[in-house]
Design a protein around this ligand. Structure first.
Ligand code: NI
Length: 164
């Protein structure tokens, strides 16, 4: 197991669309998943997606306190129309939080590595929020893109200063 470097805002990999993983059972994927998990727990995150560790494969991991879920090739099947607004952070944009509206409930389909098969998972509350956040990552989208206008403008100014 290895700790991976978490890519930060401004790194172009965070804007890449991830590619479907064909060989879901490969040793390479298992190793990547283990390393991502180690990295996520070390950073005290509730989720981590491939682009955040510098690879554009469709894989994310989440653990909201009930054990890890490693999801490959996720697709959103259903989404509630009702949105819930809450504060979100991201390991790739440390020290910033944004108020983000997300669907209250969601159903996704994907290959669940812990089960070794393709499953559908229904989620609401925090898990639904994390699923949407991580799937955004796999599409090259970040919370700052979804932040309310004033929050986004303020954050962009600060981030620009920090990056020089
Ligand atoms: Ni994130």
């Amino acid at each position: 197991m290895a700790l991976l470097e978490i890519k930060k805002y401004g790194d172009p990999i965070l804007r890449k669309k991830c590619k479907e993983i064909k060989d879901v059972d490969s040793e390479e994927i298992k190793k990547l998943a283990e390393d991502m998990k180690t990295t996520m727990y070390h950073a005290h995150g509730v989720g981590i997606a491939a682009t955040q560790v510098g690879t554009n494969k469709q894989i994310f991991i989440t653990d909201i306190g009930k054990g890890p879920l490693t999801v490959l090739n996720p697709k959103i099947i259903k989404k509630s129309k009702e949105l819930v607004r809450d504060i979100e952070g991201c390991l790739s944009i440390p020290d910033f939080t944004f108020s983000i509206g997300r669907a209250r409930s969601i159903e996704i389909q994907g290959y669940l590595l812990e089960r070794g098969e393709r499953v559908s998972i229904k989620a609401e509350g925090l898990l639904a929020r994390v699923f949407q956040h991580e799937i955004d990552h796999l599409n090259g989208k970040l919370i700052i893109d979804r932040a309310p206008f004033v929050q986004r403008r303020k954050a962009l100014k600060k981030l620009k200063k920090m990056r020089g």
